[in-house]
Unconditional design. Structure first.
Length: 232
C-alpha cells in the first residue's frame, strides 16, 4: 500500500471519527466525549494499532491545520454583528486583554522555571493561552517548538473549558461579560465554543478577547523574548 493511499485513508478516518464524535457529544455532553478530547485519543490509538507513521498521517491532513486560520477569523462575524456590546465595554475589554496576556505569559514561564523545565518548553508554554494560528506565529519569534506549542494550546483549551464553569461558580462570577472574557482569554477557541453554549453575549465577548489576545501576543512577542530570556 503506497504512502498516498495510506494518507488518504488517514484523512477519511479523521473526518469520520470527528463526525461521529460530534454526534455522540450532542447526545451526551460529557468532558471525555468532547471532540477535542476523544477524537485525538481515537486517532492516536488507530495509528498505534495500524503502525502508521505520523508523517504518513499528516501528509493529507495539513489542509485541516490550514483551516484553523479561516476558522479563527470566522469568530469575527458575530463580533461584527454585536458591535454595540463592544462599544459599551471597550475600556474594560482592552484592560482585560492586556492583563490576561501578561498574566498568561508570565505565569507560564515562571512556573516552568520553578519546575526547572528546559528553555525550549518555557518558550513553547509562553503562548499556550492563545489560539493555535496566533500561538504558532508568536512561538516562531520566541523560538518555541511548533509541536509542543500545539500540544500545550490544546491542553490549555480543554482544561479551561472543563473547569471554567466551576471556577466562575467558586468565585461568584455571574456577569456574562466576565465569563465570556475569561473563557476567551484563558482557553481560546475551546473556551469560546463553551461561551457560545452559555449565551450570545458570552460568546461574542469570548470571540473578541480571544482574537485580541492573539494579536497582542504576536505583536509583543519580540519584547517578551527579550524581557524573559535575553535580560535574565
Amino acid at each position: 500500500m503506497n504512502n498516498f493511499f495510506i494518507s488518504l485513508l488517514c484523512l477519511l478516518a479523521t473526518l469520520l471519527v470527528y463526525f461521529l464524535n460530534k454526534r455522540l457529544y450532542r447526545r451526551w455532553h460529557r468532558l471525555l466525549l468532547m471532540p477535542l478530547v476523544m477524537t485525538p485519543v481515537v486517532l492516536v490509538a488507530l495509528l498505534l494499532l495500524t503502525h502508521i507513521s505520523w508523517q504518513n498521517y499528516i501528509d493529507e491532513n495539513r489542509w485541516l491545520l490550514w483551516l484553523l486560520g479561516p476558522a479563527t477569523l470566522a469568530f469575527a462575524v458575530p463580533v461584527y454583528e454585536n458591535m454595540a456590546i463592544i462599544r459599551r465595554h471597550w475600556l474594560s475589554l482592552s484592560a482585560g486583554v492586556l492583563t490576561a496576556t501578561l498574566v498568561a505569559v508570565c505565569s507560564s514561564v515562571w512556573l516552568a522555571r520553578l519546575l526547572t523545565l528546559p528553555e525550549a518548553i518555557q518558550r513553547s508554554l509562553a503562548v499556550r493561552s492563545i489560539t493555535t494560528p496566533f500561538a504558532l506565529a508568536a512561538a516562531k519569534q520566541l523560538g518555541g517548538q511548533p509541536d509542543l506549542v500545539a500540544l500545550f494550546v490544546v491542553i490549555t483549551g480543554v482544561f479551561g473549558m472543563a473547569v471554567g464553569d466551576l471556577l466562575f461558580m467558586r468565585l461568584a462570577v455571574k456577569q456574562g461579560l466576565a465569563k465570556g472574557a475569561g473563557f476567551g482569554a484563558a482557553s481560546h477557541g475551546a473556551g469560546t465554543a463553551r461561551a457560545y453554549e452559555i449565551g450570545q453575549e458570552e460568546g461574542v465577548v469570548a470571540s473578541l478577547v480571544m482574537m485580541l489576545s492573539g494579536v497582542v501576543t504576536v505583536v509583543i512577542a519580540p519584547l517578551i523574548g527579550r524581557l524573559m530570556w535575553t535580560m535574565v
